[in-house]
Design a protein around this ligand. Structure first.
Ligand SMILES: [Zn+2]
Ligand SMILES: [Zn+2]
Length: 481
């Protein structure tokens, strides 16, 4: 038997200012399938940043309520789909399978773009009822996708640390990506990534596939979520479950940052100066900035300056990269890069587990290169003068002011590129390797509170387009950091 519900109404530009509209409805007992489809006037076709029209995102909460941070999240598809279903043992990608508890459920509209004065919407909710035997499932717990990931890959045979290649930002069909998780993981294996975080928008339904595919072969798969707010995007990795995305004002965004910290994750703001910018200048409690999103391009330059401004203000802030990949073959390639472009390298000693990768990111033991083949750039310091360069980017040198410290650069990449070392007062030193394997050392007198970081730049294509970044490191700090 099918129970049909119809919701109809209007959203306005005022709803866009409020961001979310909630449409509660009653789910009858005995439901074994909930199917929703929705339509509205003058829907944008193409990128909503540049195309006229309206866009209404969609998601759903179950009987546990729709409160901020504690709601019973059951899925989100943004603007990527006009229909979805939830069943006890299956759901549309983006949605969480599980019990269809009878009672009040809530459809949520995200009014990301409402240009017309009144946008009429129609929602069809079809509930298949099992009239003969009400499923006992409706009293079961909603499963948490992807149990915590305890798996790890063996570390370097000699037990010493090494750099691992990975990507911290990508999407699958569980949000607006084109591929299944299997296809993407297969691709990351072929390009040689050691770890890979899949960060679908506002959902965690992709975590079950990650758990299934985390077999002990590279890459190590990390469960992530891109918190996709209308005032900016941010990645969180390694959580124990879904985290809310409804940061509709700065106070709520601050609470989301705190929540990510409380649950052992980092809050890393994404593409902050792109056409989808970060709009919360008063919040500075996040720990990382995605300075490099997709192939190096114009909006990464202000993101890099934003990160440097954090450093110059005396804040420890980690620079990361993210491919933000939405497609790999066999899907149609709608963007030029795949996972690993750029590549975020993390330094890990011992086995490569999720906690080890995330601890390395949190520590700033990270450099970013344009793809998994490099260029490789390493900056180290010999903090105690014993001839061993043990200090890595992200580390702090504890030395009395005025001491000279030796630094070592290791570069593996095309010759003729410029390795520039920057500190608090700007450019400190420039080296242009004449060979593809370059090692050099120099001494620097440490005064006050400072840092040193490396950037590799050069031309890609026509010189009049200017230099791009081929690789960059996090800083080595000293003084009061
Ligand atoms: Zn984003
Ligand atoms: Zn993204």
């Amino acid at each position: 038997m099918r129970h049909k519900l119809r919701l109809e109404g209007v959203v306005t530009p005022d709803d866009m200012r409020r961001q979310y509209v909630y449409l509660p409805f009653q789910l009858p007992p005995g439901a074994r399938r909930l199917a929703v489809n929705y339509h509205y006037d003058n829907q944008v076709t193409g990128a909503q940043e540049t195309t006229a029209g309206n866009n209404i995102d969609v998601g759903i909460f179950d009987v546990r309520g729709a409160d901020f941070l504690t709601g019973g999240f059951r899925g989100w598809s943004g603007g990527a789909r006009s229909s979805f279903f939830v069943e006890p043992r299956a759901a549309t990608p983006g949605y969480i399978r599980g019990p269809l508890q009878p009672g009040e459920w809530t459809l949520i509209f995200g009014c990301s773009k409402i240009e017309d004065p009144a946008v009429h919407y129609r929602v069809h909710i079809d509930v298949d009822l099992d009239v003969l035997s009400a499923p006992a499932d409706d009293r079961a717990e909603v499963p948490t996708p992807g149990a915590p990931n305890e798996r790890s890959l063996p570390g370097a045979a000699d037990g010493r640390g090494r750099w691992y290649r990975g990507d911290l930002h990508a999407h699958s069909e569980h949000s607006d990506g084109a591929n299944t998780v299997d296809e993407i993981v297969d691709y990351t294996r072929r390009v040689g990534l050691d770890y890979f975080a899949l960060t679908d928008h506002n959902t965690v339904s992709h975590w079950d596939d990650l758990a299934r595919l985390n077999t002990g072969d590279a890459p190590l798969l990390i469960a992530g979520e891109e918190i996709t707010m209308y005032g900016g995007h941010a990645n969180v990795w390694g959580l124990d479950g879904w985290i809310d995305f409804r940061g509709s004002d700065s106070d709520k965004v601050r609470r989301l940052v705190d929540e990510a910290h409380r649950r052992g994750s980092m809050f890393s703001i994404n593409h902050p100066d792109s056409p989808i910018p970060w709009k919360h200048p008063s919040i500075r409690s996040y720990q990382a900035v995605e300075v490099w999103n997709a192939p190096w391009r114009w909006f990464n330059e202000p993101a890099l300056l934003r990160w440097v401004a954090h450093l110059d203000a005396g804040e420890r802030m980690v620079a990361v990269g993210g491919s933000d990949s939405h497609c790999v073959p066999p899907a149609k390639m709608t963007q030029p890069n795949g996972p690993g472009e750029p590549c975020s390298w993390v330094y890990v000693a011992g086995p490569l587990g999720e906690r080890a990768v995330l601890d390395a990111v949190a520590a700033g033991h990270v450099f970013v290169s344009e793809d998994p083949t490099g260029p490789f750039i390493e900056l180290r310091a010999d903090a105690d003068g014993d001839g061993i360069f043990e200090t890595l980017p992200g580390d702090r040198i504890d030395a009395p002011a005025g001491r000279s410290v030796r630094f070592h650069i290791t570069y593996r990449g095309p010759d003729g590129k410029h390795i520039r070392l920057f500190g608090r007062d700007g450019l400190v030193r420039e080296v242009t390797p004449e060979t593809e394997e370059h090692d050099s050392e120099f001494e620097l007198r440490l005064e006050g509170d400072g840092y040193l970081r490396a950037e590799v730049r050069g031309f890609r294509g026509r010189p009049e387009r200017g230099e791009v970044v081929h690789a960059l490191t996090n800083p080595i700090y000293w003084g009061a950091w």
